[in-house]
Design a binder for this molecule. Sequence first.
Ligand code: NAD
Ligand code: MG
Length: 385
Amino acid sequence: MRRISILGATGSIGTSTLDLIERAPDDFAVVALTANRDVSALAAAAIRTRARFAAVADAACLPALREALAGTGIEAGGGVEAVCEAARMPADWTMSAIVGCAGLGPTLAAIEGGRTVVIANKEPLVSAGEVILAAAARSGATLLPADSEHNAIFQCMDSARPERVRRIILTASGGPFRDWSREAMAAVTPEQAVAHPNWSMGAKISIDSATLMNKGLELIEAARLFPVAAHAIEVIVHRQSVIHSMVEYVDGSILAQLGPSDMRVPIAHTLAWPDRMETPMAPLDFAAIGRFDFEAPDPDRFPALRLAREALDAGGARPAILNAANEIAVAAFLERRIGFLEIAAIVEDTLASYDPPAPHDVDAVLAIDGEARRNAAARVKDCVA
Ligand code: NAD
Ligand code: MG
């Protein structure tokens, strides 16, 4: 029986994780579940799984959560500190699946407990990679990647020799606009951008997939998680999303991990690791897939990937600024305040406007994150005006 907690239990990754553990009730016991404000989904999941604790990040939602859990014996909490408290409760396996840098504090709280923490929430790793890895080294926590590409790389590296890796090849679907001109992209709506051809995901990561910023964040994520030089990590567009990434060794041998485009596959890998567990996925039908295509990403139509590469190479505060400006710009696009192409433009302008020193602790990361958000928000206002 493994004790499980899920940070961001009501989102796309959270519900996929719940689906897997609810199929194997004898193997998993739920300790804590958290959400931002989705009280009804959180309470329902907590009641179904007999969780001990449920917390909403938005403290204003606590009375509603208390009411929804009345008489169940499940404790309710509200506010960011309650979410961190949920992350600190003893559990064997914690899923970090809050969206954005808002997940940094709770993820660190889980890591400080020294247990297995599964990272879906990539933004904190981008902004505060050094701080997170240092915390894991101190506490002895095991970090397992849930992001499909990084999980694929982990599986291809797991039994081999990381020092003999020549190249990591991150695959990208290319998103819904991979064949569109920039002129056509200028007019896309949030609905078009959220409709991903291969994956069903939360709104923010869906927009990131459409701009290719998701692949940029993943490039930085890969550089944090695996002992490979940044220049040895390449991105290739593979529109079928069947090969989830590849690892090339010095002898020219390349290992790939393949599977259906369903996040339950990589999540199940982390849930059972180092064992394997069954999932409800149908076997891949290669004859129906027919072919694998590969093409280089187009830097002119998708500048976000270049911005992320530059931020990774420059290091220091750059990845945190990139991420924070992107979070603001994506939110503004979803609110229809700016156009699709302005997302990357705002990130680029924010990065160009200043260059603070490298952060070495959480407070310094949060200060950079906050300033980049204010800076990017001012640029959003300029676009709207
Ligand atoms: P989502 O928007 O569907 O869910 C986000 C979850 O976080 C929800 O439970 C929400 O209530 C909670 N949340 C939102 N804001 C919060 C805040 N300020 N404080 C506390 N909790 C908050 O997002 P998702 O698609 O599940 O993605 C979650 C993370 O996993 C992201 O970092 C994303 O990049 C990463 N990821 C997602 C997928 C995917 O297929 N969805 C794949 C790989 C990586
Ligand atoms: Mg991914």
